[in-house]
Design a protein around this ligand. Structure first.
Ligand code: 9Z3
Length: 318
């Protein structure tokens, strides 16, 4: 497996520009994000970039197959709602078709099972929601529409790793002018490995060639240029995921030492819905759901966002 330079190496940004083609939507998204950040900051609001969902890594340039990961986007989408409840404007950089704020509550519902047809015949009649199939729909819809009317949520979509990396850079540059009022909440599960365009076969890999062996390169660590160059005054939170709890906190501390950002939210795959640790250079706070809270469907993201918005206030005042 090929290796990259040191994680803090200034080549991360260079590698991004050389090895990942700039996707078409980046320029337009960059303008939209910059305008959004400026407008909300002028109105006295803080702005958070929430990243959410997993990245897709193509194995062929005319892609038939790709590597993906487990992330559902639930952490990012529910956190976005709590940030909105806390008065933030939210740029939601998410994987296409992963969970989305508010509509996530009904992600598993078949639309046609949730609607009722009353009166009429053929193509006519009145369509009404079956509130049994869509619990709390009136409250959720009211909140969603209020957020939409006030233009507090800017959705930006990615599919591939390359799209994610370029959009993250564009978002960082868009948020840089608002300084410490910007927060980065990097909950997306980003691939660590990729195949450079120059080494990728153009056409579908043929199974007639026998078993497949692939060699992948290390993805450049974007946290380094983000913290040092793209948005150096922002409040930056990364997430650290492990499957082995015994190495989790050491890895989280190592990330903080390497990138010198403000906090790491550390979580383990199997327990991520009920337990996380917020690690900062001088503190370590465990956030957990009690059995009662879990029964009442309290979400751990409510606690994560409360912890981080308070830390962001202190950071701005400093
Ligand atoms: C996370 O750790 C998120 O909490 C999850 C949320 C992806 C686990 P879901 O989307 O899951 O609700 O299903 N995100 C960061 C994962 C990650 O890849 N972190 C990298 C690492 O651990 C650092 S950027 O090395």
């Amino acid at each position: 497996m090929a290796s990259s330079g040191s994680p803090s190496s200034p080549t991360a940004e260079g590698k991004l520009d050389v090895e990942f083609t700039v996707p078409a939507q980046v320029e337009v998204a960059g303008h939209l994000m910059a305008e959004f950040a400026q407008r909300h900051c002028s109105a006295g609001r803080r702005v958070v970039l929430v990243t959410s969902g997993g990245t897709k890594v193509p194995l062929e340039s005319r892609t038939v197959r790709f590597l993906d990961n487990f992330s559902s986007g639930r952490r990012g989408s529910s956190s976005a709602e709590y940030f909105l409840d806390s008065g933030y404007a939210v740029i939601f950089l998410h994987r296409h078709r992963s969970q989305y704020p508010y509509s996530r509550c009904y992600a598993g519902v078949n639309l046609l099972d949730a609607l009722l047809l009353q009166g009429g015949e053929g193509g006519s009649g009145q369509v009404v929601a079956d509130t049994g199939a869509l619990p709390d729909i009136a409250a959720v819809l009211r909140r969603y529409q209020a957020v939409k009317d006030a233009e507090l949520l800017l959705p930006v979509e990615f599919n591939t790793l390359s799209e994610y990396l370029h959009l993250l850079k564009a978002a960082a540059q868009a948020l840089n002018p608002i300084g410490s009022k910007a927060m980065f909440y990097l909950a997306a599960a980003v691939s660590d490995f990729y195949i450079p365009a120059s080494e990728m076969p153009e056409h579908k890999i043929q199974s007639s060639n026998g078993p497949l062996q692939i060699s992948m390169k290390m993805v450049p660590k974007m946290l380094s240029p983000l913290v040092k160059d793209w948005a150096p005054r922002a409040f930056v939170i990364s997430f650290k995921l492990e499957t082995n709890p015994s190495i989790l906190l050491e890895r989280a501390r190592r990330a903080l030492d390497t990138y010198r950002h403000q906090a790491v939210v550390a979580n383990v795959l199997d327990t991520r819905r009920g337990f996380v640790v917020v690690v900062t250079p001088h503190t370590q706070v465990e956030l957990a759901l009690s059995e009662d809270e879990a029964r009442q469907e309290v979400e751990i993201e409510e606690k994560i966002v409360a912890n981080l918005t308070a830390a962001h206030t202190a950071f701005i005042e400093d």
